[in-house]
Design a protein around this ligand. Structure first.
Ligand SMILES: NC(=O)c1ccc[n+]([C@@H]2O[C@H](COP(=O)([O-])OP(=O)(O)OC[C@H]3O[C@@H](n4cnc5c(N)ncnc54)[C@H](OP(=O)(O)O)[C@@H]3O)[C@@H](O)[C@H]2O)c1
Length: 328
C-alpha cells in the first residue's frame, strides 16, 4: 500500500511516499481504508523534532533518536472499515468511521489497523469524510479544556487563537455550553470566527485584549501565545486560565504569576478516549460542531501541506485526500 513516511527529522521534504506492506488486523482490530487524514501542528512538530529544550531528551527517547520510531505520521483520519477481526463487536466491514490514533499516528497511509477499543467512532451521517477526518484533534482538545475548566452558561470566556483547529472548535463548543464568547484572532479571520458564533471579536494585530479593562471568568489560550502576567490580570479573581500549550517552563511561569491570586491554571494534555470521541460525534450530529476546513491537499502533496501548516496560520484544519470515497 502507499504510505508517507518520515525518513528523518527535518523540513517537510523528509516526508516520502513509499510502498509498504498493508497491515493485517489481529482478532481485536479493524482494518480501515483511509479516505482523509489531516496535517496538524502535532505532525509538524514530530517531523521537525520541534520540541522545547526541556523535552529534548525525553522526546528523543519517546519518539525515536534520529527519526520517528513510528515513521507514518497522521493523528486523525476517516474512512471505511475494510475488515474486522473475529473478536470485534463494535464495528463491521463497510462501516464509515473516523478515528484519532493520536500519538500512535498512522493516518498517512492507505490503510491502518486499530484496536476496536481505540479512539474510533462511526462517522456522523451529517458530515462528509473530509470534515469527519478533522473532527477529533481540535474537537476533543477544545472539549477537554472547556470541561476541565468548568466553563458554564452565562460565563464570560475569552478564546485566544480562535481561528486555529483548537480555537474554531472551542468557539463552537463554548457557545453550546452557553458561555458569552469573546474571540481573539487576526484581521482576516474576524468574520469567520464571528460566523462560528463568537459574541465579540478582537483583532490581536490592532488591539491588546488585556488593555481593555474587561474581566473574564475564564481565558482559554488555545495557541500558547498570551502574555501570561497581563492575561492573569484580565481574569476574575477566582477565575480560570485554560492553556493548551503548557511546557514545563510555561507552566512554571504561569504558576509563579498565579502566586497570591485564586485564579486556577487548567493545563495538561489528553490522549483521546472513546467517551470523548463519542461526545464529539454527538456534537457533530446535533449540528453544534462542524470543523472548519482551510485547505485540502492530495496525498502526493503532503510536503506542500506540511510547508503550509509549518507557517502557523492555518484557519481551522488542513486535510489530505488519501483516496476517493463516497460524498457522505
Ligand atoms: N494540550 C493538548 O492536549 C493539546 C492538544 C492539541 C493541540 N495542542 C497545542 O495547541 C496549539 C494550537 O494547536 P492548533 O491545532 O489549534 O494550532 P493551529 O490550528 O495551527 O493554529 C493556527 C492558528 O493560530 C493562530 N495564531 C498564530 N499566532 C497567533 C497569535 N500570536 N495570536 C493569536 N493567534 C495566533 C493563527 O491565526 P492568525 O493567522 O490569525 O495569526 C491560526 O489560525 C499547538 O501548540 C498544539 O501543539 C495541545
Amino acid at each position: 500500500m502507499k504510505a508517507i513516511v518520515c525518513t528523518k527529522y527535518g523540513p517537510p521534504d523528509v516526508l516520502k511516499m513509499v510502498d509498504i506492506e498493508t497491515p493485517v488486523p489481529d482478532d481485536n482490530q479493524v482494518l480501515i481504508k483511509v479516505f482523509f487524514t489531516t496535517v496538524t501542528v502535532a505532525d509538524c512538530r514530530v517531523r521537525g523534532f520541534n520540541v522545547p529544550p526541556s523535552f529534548w531528551l525525553p522526546a528523543k527517547l519517546a519518539l525515536g533518536w534520529s527519526k520517528p520510531r513510528q515513521p507514518v505520521l497522521g493523528t486523525e483520519l476517516s474512512g471505511v472499515v475494510e475488515k474486522a477481526g473475529k473478536n470485534v463487536r463494535k464495528f463491521k466491514a463497510g462501516d464509515a468511521v473516523f478515528a484519532y490514533p493520536g500519538h500512535l499516528c498512522g493516518g498517512y497511509a492507505a490503510y491502518i489497523c486499530l484496536n476496536e477499543n481505540a479512539c474510533i467512532a462511526l462517522k456522523p451521517k451529517v458530515l462528509g469524510f473530509e470534515q469527519a477526518a478533522a473532527l477529533s484533534l481540535g474537537g476533543i482538545t477544545a472539549w477537554f479544556f472547556l470541561e476541565k475548566g468548568k466553563v458554564t452558561k452565562g460565563e464570560k470566556l475569552l478564546i485566544y487563537g480562535a481561528s486555529g483547529s483548537n480555537g474554531t472548535a472551542a468557539v463552537q463548543i463554548a457557545k453550546y455550553l452557553g458561555a458569552e464568547v469573546t474571540a481573539v484572532c487576526s484581521t482576516g479571520n474576524l468574520e469567520m470566527v464571528k460566523n462560528l458564533g463568537a459574541d465579540k471579536v478582537i483583532d490581536y494585530t490592532t488591539t491588546d485584549f488585556t488593555g481593555l479593562g474587561e474581566q473574564f471568568d475564564a481565558v482559554f489560550d488555545t495557541v500558547g501565545k498570551t502574555d501570561i502576567a497581563k492575561t492573569i490580570r484580565a481574569i476574575q479573581p477566582d477565575g480560570r486560565y485554560l492553556h493548551s500549550v503548557t511546557t514545563p517552563m510555561t507552566e512554571l511561569k504561569i504558576r509563579l504569576n498565579l502566586l497570591g491570586t485564586d485564579v486556577k491554571l487548567v493545563g495538561g494534555t489528553y490522549s483521546g478516549s472513546i467517551e470523548q470521541i463519542e461526545f464529539i460525534k454527538k456534537l457533530a450530529e446535533e449540528g453544534v460542531f462542524k470543523p472548519v476546513i482551510d485547505r485540502q491537499y492530495s496525498f502526493d502533496e503532503m510536503v506542500a501541506a506540511h510547508e503550509y501548516v509549518d507557517k502557523g496560520h492555518k484557519k481551522g484544519n488542513v486535510t489530505i485526500k488519501v483516496a476517493a470515497g463516497p460524498a457522505l
